[in-house]
Design a protein around this ligand. Structure first.
Ligand code: PSU
Ligand code: MN
Length: 303
């Protein structure tokens, strides 16, 4: 097992010193944002985490190893590569054994973080139950991973490209608690209020850490969603983004986009249709999540 893991010098030193570590995914770099903003954002997010007293560990599959913490050239490689494979639970063994370049989704990043002993993972948005899933069966593997893998995932909720109500139902069925930070509402990524409530509002990192530690001490395996709304100043207007999402969904349907291509297609179209403004919001919310996640990692380390 250990032989698959390749720790960067920074992460290795953090492990040796018992410092708090925060995992970061790489699909957001390769498939979630365009170059060069993707690499720039990845670097800035890492710095937010360092400034808050934790150590960032961006995770990717490179040369048959699960890299925990990436060097600058590796971030650049993922950001520029046209053929990095989007790796979820299903794809992990293939990409590792074939020594291909893999960018990890929320599901795969959780698996790798768990293997590396990292308890907190920061991203933008998680996958969920797609609209129309009753006929397409399109439910992100991220949800099954949250059901079984004990990592806390800090995100800005889920985009309304998904069926948010069904996503929350699915998480409830699988016993995944959804925590909100600073408000009762579950956020909808680009906007602060999805119209649904999170299960539990826990505003401080200490409360969040105590809750998560208690869950795991009880032997309740599985993840926790820590949903943190996009900062007010960077939020989009819901009427505007809803209309754009509806258009992007219609195009995906008309073009017959299926499977793992659906989410990247929608993200790219939303960026184009908003003239790049969705990207500005996306970057702002990931950085804010990094701050919340770093503080949580510090608090969990002190538990
Ligand atoms: N949602 C976003 N941005 C992203 C993703 C989702 O707002 O970058 C990425 C994450 O890596 C997530 C994956 O784990 O898409 C989900 O893909 P799918 O829906 O195919 O499971
Ligand atoms: Mn899917």
């Amino acid at each position: 097992m250990q032989s698959f893991l390749q720790f960067s010098p920074e992460v290795q030193a953090a492990r040796a010193a018992g410092k708090p570590i925060v995992a970061l995914e790489s699909t957001i770099i390769s498939h979630g944002m365009p170059y060069p903003q993707n690499v720039q954002t990845a670097r800035e997010v890492e710095q937010v985490i360092r400034d808050a007293g934790a150590v960032p560990a961006t995770i990717a599959i490179i040369d048959g190893r699960i890299c925990i913490g990436l060097a600058d050239e590796q971030l650049e490689l993922l950001g520029q590569s046209k053929d990095a494979i989007k790796v979820s639970r299903r794809d992990l063994a293939y990409v590792l054994s074939q020594k291909k370049l893999g960018a990890t989704t929320v599901a795969a990043t959780m698996i790798c973080a768990k293997l590396a002993g990292i308890e907190v993972f920061v991203t933008g948005g998680i996958g969920g139950v797609h609209r129309g899933a009753e006929t397409s069966f399109d439910i992100s593997a991220d949800l099954q991973e949250l059901a079984q893998t004990g990592v806390a995932v800090v995100c800005a909720g889920v985009k309304s490209i998904l069926d948010i109500g069904l996503t929350l139902e699915y998480l409830e069925t699988h016993g995944v608690p959804v925590v909100s930070v600073g408000q009762a509402a579950f956020p909808a990524f680009f906007t602060r209020d999805s119209g649904f409530k999170a299960d539990f509002q826990l505003d401080t990192p200490e409360e969040q850490a105590r809750f998560i530690r208690t869950k795991w001490q009880l032997g309740l395996e599985g993840g926790v969603v820590v949903s943190n709304p996009v900062p007010e100043a960077s939020a989009m207007q819901s009427e505007e983004i809803d209309a754009i999402i509806a258009q992007a969904l219609g195009e995906a349907d008309a073009q017959g986009v299926k499977g793992k291509l659906v989410t990247p297609f929608l993200l790219a179209r939303i960026k184009e249709l908003t003239g790049g403004r969705s990207l500005v919001t996306n970057i702002a919310l990931v950085k804010h999540n990094a701050l919340v996640g770093a503080r949580l990692a510090v608090a969990l380390n002190a538990e």
